[in-house]
Design a protein around this ligand. Sequence first.
Ligand code: SPV
Ligand code: MG
Length: 312
Amino acid sequence: MQDHSSTPPTDSVHHPVDCSRVNTLRAEVCCSNKLSFLMEAHDGLSAAIAERGGFKGLWASGLSIACSLGYRDANEASWSQLVDAVERIVDSSQLPVLVDGDGGFGNFNNARLLARKLCQRGAAGIALEDSSFPKINSFVGDRHPLADVDEFCGRLRAVKDTIAKDLVLVARIEALIAGHGMHEAISRAHAYREAGADAILIHSRSSSADEVLSFARAWQNRLPIVIVPTKYYRTPTCEYRRARISTVIWANHSMRAAVAAMRQVCGRLFAEENATTIEPEIAPLDEVFDIFNYDELAKAEARYLHPGKLQQ
Ligand code: SPV
Ligand code: MG
């Protein structure tokens, strides 16, 4: 008789969907007593590396996912391509994933379909922005038509009714990006809160944090605040703690790091026609194998492919 009773190897690549991820994200994003950080991921590799780096949650960035697929951040990638990318991100770490759902890919119906699919793929939250379809990245150009408030509230309500407590719902305000000013941003925040948002993401393209900090003062913590300090990166993090911001999203930093590193290695290999000088500067293959737990595969092979050898 062969012994199949030993403990099965843990397969961290294909773990079951963990419902507690939603609660973890809720605790991280919706807590204003403690500043949380979400790290951008755009594929399984960047997700696994962020987890190893110590992050407790991930931001599935629309910009970075589009970029990794070779698309522009203008709804060129479809909702199903986004959902597929999210599945790889979810499967590659144990962390909760807040998904950048753009505007929901259309009206209330597209938004609730997207939310349901993200739930099925193990996402923990969705951020919906009040842009109109097709969107364009917030840092590109000056035309950012906002969605009508009531129509966008319908998108939020439809998502909330669909996913109930199964996803954290973050409403993202683009009013400052679109040049509408603080009054519009605050009045939208009130409307989105009433429509069922769990948190408000206030976005800004200013090089200082003044806009988001004055939003936080006016908002008075009626719902947790999420920020994306891509352009105002010089602001000391203690200012966000002082303002009782709940969550900082590092929205595209792994993707941009990868762009710089790939540009460098391609340039060097092309010029030098030899890998001697570049080898010490790139990740060893063993690190790559370690990230995706190749050891587990070897153990699984011993257990399932060559079970007889286990007894020897
Ligand atoms: C993203 O990461 O896709 C975002 C953040 O939406 S930003 O690109 O800063 O608008
Ligand atoms: Mg985006």
